[in-house]
Design a protein around this ligand. Structure first.
Ligand code: HAM
Length: 403
């Protein structure tokens, strides 16, 4: 098999990085959710709350070695000092996919389509989830128009600053839009340095016209802001359709992060997303067909294919021989190390999600092979072709795996 060249030579990125990387690059909420401490060398470090800044740092350092566009994925733990609640824990797994070096809309479409494909592969159907899509430049335009229409255009510098300030204020409010009452929003708007009304923002949200997104068919929703500081364009989140859970996945385009991390030396646009295991698990548990699929997958990936049941202790030697041969053939096999009643041994086989139990009794080399998913059984001779027959059974699509 061809050797796959990985970005860092390892399966995963470092679990800790300098705190500065997250404070400056992730920004937003994450900056206040770091597991942050000083190491023995006096350095200010943090356990990673996400992997995007590490990816950008590595790409900036090693991009020359790779063809563009670079396609990258990773799965690993992240840690955020959040209040543990439904859908949010302090330790979770994230699946990340990023496409580096391509700024066309096709790349955005490809990544959004992939997030949908992952959901379908997990067993979700169209009615179970929705992708909510937005574009940060829509809000930049909104702020620019507000300032221009009010005749505040004075000097170039000033406009840029005003826009940025207003943009930051508006997006942090819109980020909370669905959670706040109209009164609370009005209250927050009073504290803005620039006059903006509830109605102005609401009208903009209610009639989204984002030309950058016209070709992508998902729900355009301008309340999707994404709390991370590095996003520059398209942003999207995947939600359960009932919308009573936190986001299952979130991502977007961050075209400037690699550039800033390399002090302007490397300019590579990126679009990517991260999907977490916690909300996914909750949603799977509430969606019957996804739950069935997950359980089937767990069974198929069980740590034990075959459990050998020893009926009487004086057959332990023969059973041991059988177990060794199965293991040598690459079949994951287990058995009870001590004398146990048959019922207990079957219980253990179920716990391990074994697909087959082989019962070794006084008729050995004649054995019973029980399919634990289908609840069927067959009598086979242990000897010639036994392993092959068993292997075929394991390879066969197993009806029990779907139910
Ligand atoms: P994020 O929206 O912060 O984006 O996280 C992505 C996903 O990780 C969330 O939708 C959620 O499923 C999961 N997640 C986040 N925090 C927690 C938590 N405390 N407990 C459980 N799950 C959580 C990012 O992290 C970006 N770096 C994603 C990205 C990759 N953007 C471009 N490439």
């Amino acid at each position: 098999m061809a050797q796959i060249k990985t970005l860092n030579g390892f399966r995963d990125f470092a679990l800790v990085e300098s705190s500065e990387l997250y404070l400056k690059k992730s920004g937003g909420e994450i900056a206040g959710q770091l597991f942050r401490f000083e190491d023995q060398g006096g350095r200010d470090i943090s356990i990673r709350p996400e992997v995007t800044p590490s990816l950008a740092r590595l790409v900036a350092a090693r991009q020359r070695e790779f063809q563009k566009p670079m396609k990258w994925f990773q799965m690993g733990q992240c840690f955020r000092y959040e209040r543990p609640q439904k859908g949010r824990l302090r330790e979770f797994y994230q699946y990340n996919v990023d496409l580096i070096g391509e700024d066309s809309l096709e790349a955005d479409v490809e990544l959004i389509a992939l997030s949908i494909e992952v959901m379908r592969e997990l067993g979700f159907k169209a009615g179970d989830f929705v992708v909510r899509l937005s574009h940060r430049s829509a809000w930049k335009e909104f702020c620019k128009d507000l300032i221009n229409n009010n005749g505040l255009r004075e000097g170039e510098e000033e406009i840029v600053d005003e826009e940025l300030e207003l943009f930051n204020e508006v997006v942090s409010l819109v980020d909370k839009w669905e959670k706040l009452s109209e009164n609370k929003i009005e209250e927050e708007l009073k504290a803005f340095n620039y006059p903006v009304t509830y109605q102005q923002i609401k009208e903009f949200i209610d009639s989204p016209d984002v030309s950058e997104l016209n070709e992508i068919v998902v729900k355009v929703d301008l309340t999707i802001i994404r709390g991370l500081a590095y996003y520059t364009g398209t942003v999207f989140e995947v939600f359960d359709l009932k919308n009573d859970m936190r986001a299952v996945a979130g991502g977007g385009r961050y075209d400037d992060l690699i550039k800033t991390l390399s002090d302007g030396a490397i300019d590579l646009p990126v679009i990517g997303f991260g999907m977490g295991d916690v909300v996914l698990r909750n949603l799977i548990e509430e969606t019957p067909q996804a739950l069935i699929k997950m359980e089937a997958a767990l069974r198929a990936k069980s740590v034990c294919d075959v459990f050998c049941i020893i009926v009487e202790e004086d057959q332990r030697g023969k059973a041991g021989q059988l177990v060794t041969e199965l293991r040598q053939a690459g079949i994951k096999t287990d058995y009870s190390l001590t004398k146990q009643k048959m019922g207990k041994q079957f219980q253990k086989a179920e716990q391990l999600r074994a697909r087959f139990a082989i019962v070794v009794g006084s008729e050995f080399p004649t054995v019973q092979v029980k399919n634990l998913n289908e609840r069927t059984e067959e009598v086979l001779e242990y000897g010639e072709n036994f392993i092959e027959k068993l292997q075929n059974k394991l390879d066969d699509f197993d009806a029990g795996m779907l139910a």
